[in-house]
Ligand binder design. Structure first.
Ligand code: PLP
Length: 287
């Protein structure tokens, strides 16, 4: 497996960065996770827009244009002869001294990893996920916006740890006011009748690329799709709950904090949206 590291392809076990990299020392950097379906990179432009948006937010200048980044992604896929893959793009502040000040970092490091997908087991799409809500709160959007996909993922890691301690694989985090924000690495939707809700970005959700695709599809399919805040109570009494993300696509949630959602099986609308999403992926690839 070949890793793109600052202009060169190096073998996986040789792809190393300095312990003085501020991405390592302080989580100073940004990243993206992107999916490749049958040789087509899903919504690469949207992912690159989010990457540059995240970088701008932390005043990190990516040393390539979006066109160059596109080319690097494509070359990495070709080099690894991958048709279905997960791509991780990482831009760290670079190597500096031990101080926090990023001005000691001469240049950002650009890393692209492309590998085979590690997916949720297929059965989970039939049975649905059991999740919990956790004590970890989403950081406030006026401090470091959760819309920024930075290398600071401690919030999300704590959510994952709490989920594991509760014996489940994913969990929902609330914001400081008690509104539901998102999962550790996915967005959340609830269905009530013809209405579908997902938390707006300002509540503390990343504006997921899969989330955007589902909002688009829900509108096309005639649902009353809204970006609106909701609470844990609304989740408990929803007809259906599902999560969206690059790796998970659309996955049903059938139990939250031990409470059964709907009839305890993946809901009709969730399955309909998953099918519509998979169809859109193919249509996008044909463009
Ligand atoms: N929320 C967080 C915190 C994430 O890290 C991710 C993963 O990228 C998502 C949501 C889902 O976003 P996307 O659909 O772009 O993968």
């Amino acid at each position: 497996q070949w890793i793109y590291l600052n202009g060169q392809f190096v073998l996986k076990h040789e792809a190393k960065v300095s312990v003085y990299d501020h991405g390592f020392l302080y989580g100073d950097g940004v990243f993206e996770g992107i999916r490749v379906y049958d040789g087509n990179v899903f919504r690469l432009d949207e992912h690159l827009d989010r990457l540059y948006y995240s970088a701008k937010s932390i005043m990190l200048e990516i040393p390539h244009s979006k066109e160059e980044m596109t080319d690097i992604v494509v070359r990495t896929l070709r080099k690894n002869e991958l048709k279905n893959a997960y791509i991780r793009l990482v831009i760290s502040r670079g190597v500096g001294n031990l101080g926090l000040d990023p001005s000691s970092c001469a240049k950002p490091q650009v890393i692209v990893i492309a590998e085979e997908l590690a997916l949720f087991p297929k059965e989970l799409y039939k049975t649905g996920l059991e999740i919990v809500t956790v004590a970890t709160r989403r950081n406030r959007p006026d401090v470091l916006s959760p819309k920024v996909k930075s290398l600071n993922y401690l919030n999300n890691i704590l959510v994952k740890i709490e989920a594991s301690l509760a014996g489940v694989s994913e969990a929902l985090m609330l914001n400081d006011q008690g509104y539901v924000a998102e999962g550790s690495a996915d967005n959340v939707f609830i269905v009530k009748g013809n209405k579908i809700l997902t938390p707006p970005g300002y509540i503390g959700a990343l504006e997921g690329i899969t989330r955007n695709a589902i909002i688009e599809l829900a509108n096309e399919l005639g649902y009353d799709m809204r970006e609106e805040p909701f609470t844990r109570h609304d989740v408990y009494v929803a007809d259906e709950v599902f999560l969206t993300g690059t790796a998970a696509e659309v996955i049903a949630v059938v139990k939250v904090d031990g409470r059964v959602i709907g009839d305890g099986t993946p809901g009709k609308e969730t399955n309909k949206l998953l099918a519509a999403f998979r169809k859109r992926v193919v249509e996008d690839g044909e463009k």
